[in-house]
Design a protein around this ligand. Sequence first.
Ligand SMILES: NC(=O)c1ccc[n+]([C@@H]2O[C@H](COP(=O)([O-])OP(=O)(O)OC[C@H]3O[C@@H](n4cnc5c(N)ncnc54)[C@H](OP(=O)(O)O)[C@@H]3O)[C@@H](O)[C@H]2O)c1
Length: 304
Amino acid sequence: MKNKILITGSNGLLGQKLVNLFSAKDDFEVFALSRGKNRNETAKNYTYYNIDITNAKKLSQLINEIKPHYIINSAAMTNVDECEKEKEKCDLINIEAVKTIVSAAIECNSHLIHISTDFIFDGKDGPYKEDDEPNPISHYGLSKLKSEELIIKAKIKHTILRTILVYGLVDNMPRNNIVLWIKGALENKQEVTIVDDQYRMPTFVNDLAHACLLSIQQEAYGVFHISSSELLSIYEITLQIANAFDLNASFIKRISTSQLNQTAKRPPVTGFDLEKSKKILNFPVLPFKNRLQVFKNQLLPSEV
Ligand SMILES: NC(=O)c1ccc[n+]([C@@H]2O[C@H](COP(=O)([O-])OP(=O)(O)OC[C@H]3O[C@@H](n4cnc5c(N)ncnc54)[C@H](OP(=O)(O)O)[C@@H]3O)[C@@H](O)[C@H]2O)c1
């Protein structure tokens, strides 16, 4: 018998990667759910549903119909400044919809894999361990922390994967990410201004999708941190991107966060301690430079 898996946010960066990964496996039957038209042109052998996860009735009906063994919730309102401006909308997607998913997961006895963020921390003291004290400084971070708390409180089979600054490529992407943005700008000889006082460990989307698979294979429950292994300033990250793609880094100008004037506050230094994921999930802990080369090789065929 195949394992039924429901992937929410299947049009997103992680969502599409997950559909591609699981639909290529013989032992999984994949159900994908997102808003509007299906944007994934790569994967085959799966069923797509156009459902808004804030529609509690439709969402719980669908989950109860499918009765999935696994649910991966990659749907979220992910634009940090939009979440700050539209707090109610953010809460409906990032908290209320998670409540609906949790209730349905209880009824179906599903293992819920939920994606969270480094933005649950205040960034005063990174890199962080899984049990370090959260203290979000943005509404996005707060909404994701509340979603974690309600999942943990529900005492269902769950895995919470926190991640940082995700990059990669999928079909018909509506949103950019740091690698594609910097690569595109430098190829077009456009100047970019980049902060040098925020530190992160960027995450290749393929690695995050693989971590979801590992948590199923290892039956690993609880909270895990998933990212690359070295803490870098965002300025250093962009220099590594320029270097990996042989592009002219002189178009990258460094600035400080105070010059940016963003709506939502950003934690200065996040980054993760990855020991728990390495030990329990068997997650490969690798530097950004290494993951960039893998991503670059994936991009090559479409460029020739
Ligand atoms: N990207 C990062 O740097 C990052 C960092 C840390 C944590 N995370 C977390 O990782 C997860 C996946 O992120 P991602 O980068 O893949 O995000 P993404 O590309 O923005 O994908 C999220 C998907 O969710 C869908 N969605 C949003 N609201 C919905 C609704 N009401 N009903 C149905 N679908 C809805 C979006 O649909 P539309 O495409 O139609 O908007 C989008 O396809 C999220 O939980 C995010 O919080 C991401």
